[in-house]
Design a protein around this ligand. Structure first.
Ligand code: UD1
Ligand code: PEP
Length: 417
């Protein structure tokens, strides 16, 4: 199993390009199920989750052709097997995103339930409730969701809470439904908007994406299109935190601060100087960071996917920060590992109280989930001496060529087997 060996202590500096967003690319790959014509995608990140999704789509009969460095052509013309097995879904929760498009296009789908994962339960009751409102017959048996509907019917759906994958699944299903679907309490995440933009270029009639009411007027069929995946705002935020923690000065290109307001604000509160350009962001870190408290919540509030990375920077900041996680019940798995590096953190329910220390020291730590791994990388870059991070397959799900990008910024990072 691969590990990362990091020699801490150097300030990051220089320029690096941000990849396409995993959390936008995964639903957009599933949109290929909605049409018999080719969907051309560019800026697709090279990540394990993307390879898993491509394998899943190929098993269903979708043609997958690589096109240049970061391009793909997906051809849903051969779709003949509307099934997502447990083996696929267990390694990647986003597999549930095939449910809506399969049902809309094939009239039936059999998709394994995602179950829980390290960060908490991943229920899909809202996806099911929405599809039932659209007239689907849905049974949950032996860990699988079986859904059937000759043709889905437009409906008014109000989800009990803001759900990103729920909104995406229902929006895709509604594209081919008969009549208008209104999703209320919809997720406003930029990745939902990127998916909607792709669907609109495929001929879907969607309005309101990016607000909490999305209207979809169903059409008889969608056609092929070309779409470029948006930059990864979480990868962007992660590198900004790494530069902030190490006292660095970096410029991130092929990205945008447009969807990072809360993250940028918190970094400025911590004392960082941030310059925003059209397609780039520069961060200059202060001598010593100031502690910043935060609370995670659906977009446009502070993203849960950046909580662990901010925990890492607070570990070496001046003062005390309270970090409250409101989306996932178990997203503090990095705390014990950060403490192995010398951090001072106390957990009280869904709050973590972080008291900044003067220095962290290298040790062997274990990655437990994707963003927890990112927080360990940041802490390791700051720590004195060597840190070995085990189980980095989590990182490979969501960060493209992380050791190469960090090395380009001057870090001493080696992948070891
Ligand atoms: C709102 C939010 O921040 N969502 C995050 C969530 O998206 P993801 O789409 O994975 O999760 P959801 O947005 O669906 O879940 C949000 C909350 O609603 C609950 N829920 C969801 C669906 C459902 O049918 N029933 C139910 O109870 C979940 O348990 C969770 O507490 O994890 C992703 C990966 O970390 C992040 O990129 C998203 O930003
Ligand atoms: C936890 C994440 O992904 P997933 O929902 O695919 O597990 C994430 O992107 O931070």
């Amino acid at each position: 199993m691969d590990k990362l060996l990091i020699q801490g202590g150097s300030a990051l500096s220089g320029e690096v390009a941000i990849s396409g967003a995993k959390n936008a690319a995964l639903p957009i790959l599933c949109a290929s199920l909605l049409t018999t014509e080719p969907l051309h995608l560019t800026n697709v990140p090279h990540l394990n989750d993307i390879s898993t999704m491509l394998r899943l789509l190929a098993e269903m009969g979708v043609g997958v052709t690589m096109d240049g460095v970061d391009g793909l052509v997906l051809n849903g013309g051969g779709l003949n097997n509307p099934i997502a097995s447990y083996e696929m879904v267990k390694t990647m929760r986003a597999s549930i995103l095939v449910l809506g498009p399969l049902l809309a296009r094939c009239g039936e789908a059999r998709v394994s339930l995602p179950g829980g994962c390290a960060i908490g339960a991943r229920p899909v009751d809202q996806h099911i409730k929405g599809l039932q409102a659209m007239g689907a017959e849905v049974k949950v048996e032996q860990g699988y969701v079986h859904a059937k509907a000759a043709r889905l019917k437009g409906a008014r759906i109000c989800t009990d809470m803001v759900t990103v994958t729920g909104t995406e699944n229902l929006m895709m299903a509604a594209c081919l439904a008969d009549g208008e679907t209104i999703i209320e309490n919809a997720a406003r995440e930029p990745e939902v908007v990127d998916l909607a933009n792709c669907l609109v270029s495929m001929g879907a009639r969607i309005s309101g994406a990016g607000t909490d009411v999305i209207r979809i007027h169903g059409v008889d069929k969608l056609h092929g299109a070309t779409h470029s995946i948006m930059p990864d705002r979480i990868e962007t935020g992660t590198y900004l935190c790494a530069a902030a923690a190490t006292g660095g000065d970096i410029r991130l290109v092929k990205t945008s601060a447009a969807y990072l307001d809360t993250v940028v604000d918190k970094l400025m509160d911590a004392g960082c100087e941030i310059t925003v350009e059209r397609d780039a962001i520069r961060l200059v870190a202060p001598q010593r960071l100031k502690a910043v408290s935060l609370r995670t919540a659906p977009y446009p509030a502070f993203p849960t996917d950046m909580q662990a990375q901010f925990m890492a920077i607070n570990c070496v900041a001046d003062g005390v920060a309270t970090i409250r996680e409101t989306i996932f019940e178990n997203r503090f798995m990095h705390v014990n590992e950060l403490m192995r590096l010398g951090a001072n953190i106390q957990i009280e329910g869904n709050n973590a109280i972080v008291r900044g220390v003067d220095r962290l020291e290298g040790a062997t730590v274990m990655a437990t989930d994707l963003r927890a791994s990112a927080s360990l990388v940041i802490a390791a870059l700051v720590a004195q001496g060597e840190t070995l991070i085990d189980r980095i397959y989590h990182l490979d799900r969501g960060y493209e060529r992380i050791e190469e990008k960090l090395a380009k910024l001057g870090a001493s990072v080696k992948r070891v087997h």
